[in-house]
Ligand binder design. Sequence first.
Ligand code: FAD
Length: 562
Amino acid sequence: MGRKIVIIGGVAAGASAAVKARRTDEEAEIVLLERGPHVSFANCGLPYFISGVIGDREQLLVIPTERLAGRYMLDVRLRHEVIRIDRTAKTVEVRQSEDGRVYRETYDRLIIAAGSRPLLPELPGGKLAGVFTLSTVEDAVAIREYIQNNEVHFGAIIGGGYIGLECAEALVTLGLRVALLERLDQVMPTLSREMTAPIMAQLAGNGVDVHLSAEAEALLGREHLKGLRLRGGEEVPADLLIIAAGVAPELELARESGLQVDLGIVVDEWMRTSDPEIYAAGDIVLSRNLAGGNPMRVPLAGPANKQGRVAGCNAAGGDLRFAGVVGASVVKVFDLTVGRVGMHEEDARRAGYDPLVSYTHSSHHATYYPGAEVMAIKLIAERLGGKLLGAEIVGGAGVDKRLDVLATAIYAGLCVKDLEQLDLAYAPPYASAKDPVVIAGMVAANIQRGELKTVTPHELIDLTAAGVRMQIVDVRTPREYKSGHLPDAVNIPLDDLRGRAGELDTEQTAILYCGIGYRSYHGTKILAARGFKDVRNLSGGMSTWQWVGKVVAGEGQGMKVV
Ligand code: FAD
């Protein structure tokens, strides 16, 4: 036998590590210790199993235990929990859950891939039947069976992050009336608040009753859950509750054994911890942040699989490196696709950048080809050098593809001027000759080069609050203007602007806007050529403004303020 590699945890990172270790060293003894009843299962598929989109629980088991053990010659031990690491003796203490027996296992190299567990708020009534978290196949099966075997009409979700949103959709698909409670004042806290407006509309359109800035105070019912009482006294009916309030990394073993731990286990590029014989991977580690900024913990499957592979290879004597993360994530919320990557605007500010922000709205393929869907892209870039720092996208079809292009751009350290040059594939059913990413790059690059002065909706609100005198010009058609416009805006349609520029004051700041910022961009050029001192385009136009600010209701339209 060659070197002995022991792996703690057998899902995304652990299973990847085991398989790669075997491919690296055919002689190694590889022991995979997993606390639960399965290895290598698809956590990410669990909400879709609840909804029935994935019909069979076997489909969630990415590779059956017997095949994993046989094909890769692994000693897989299910329901074996590591309760202690002794780094001096190079042993782990293991408890078998079936009979409580505790034994020691030696290792030459150890890989910690213990992942994370759901966070549970302290709630009276938390033990009632009908209260669940969702992190294992058993959780998903239990939720499905509970719905099948009980009178369940009202579902509630605690947590408006991506798992909460996926669960809300799953319960709506099953015909439940669903309430979603979020402690913060927005769903999807990893997105900018304005970019969540379409998500709120999508949830409302599908009957989800969203409570923001809401905290459950107690769970109501005798044996079975019947409802939730919120702080403030409101009661929400619920026969079933899924708590999706975030996850916490399983750091206790690492901490107790004296490994260097911060918000996650500290590892180098080889996924080696502060002990050279111990590697770590997945939800529990801190990763280098390739978007800029501090190392971060990204509890997502992509990094976990890649880090596991690197840890497994290196523990078995190979030499692979993990470069870092850009934090790309995507989620389906009914008919919407929502994604983000890199830094949030506020993170960028905190990290000392002067961020340039642009909003664009463009179609996922040629508008003349049937079925074009609009997506909104928010880019965050370094104002001085134009380096792309982050992006958020909300839309329908094609969002995932643009998100991946932007994730690649951030990984490669590209600037906004590179985005406008990208040579992307085009045919009418797939894209436009100017792809949404290219358009976003052009707008951001125009801003960065000083060719286009913009104001974001937030900046406009701040300027208004500060009492800055401005003339706000709506360059859309009179019909569009009447359907709803910014407060105090005058309507001068783009095609009349040359003739009517004299109605405006060249000395006073002029803010131009249209539907998405395209016509008004041209308008800014017309006014600038006529000697206007300060002309700015409202970034993202009326579309983004509606997600942020106030709209004066138009005639009979009753435009809603989000
Ligand atoms: P885990 O998958 O958590 O595996 C760790 C394993 O270690 C567990 O099985 C645990 O039982 C075991 N373990 C822990 N401690 C011990 C111990 N002391 N001894 C023995 N065994 C131990 N990510 C995405 O990128 N996209 C998605 O769409 C997505 N959807 C998700 C949906 C849900 C409902 C959930 C729960 C997660 C989702 N994720 C998604 C996150 C993704 O699943 C995780 O980031 C990924 O599984 C992390 O892999 P890991 O190996 O680090 O940890």
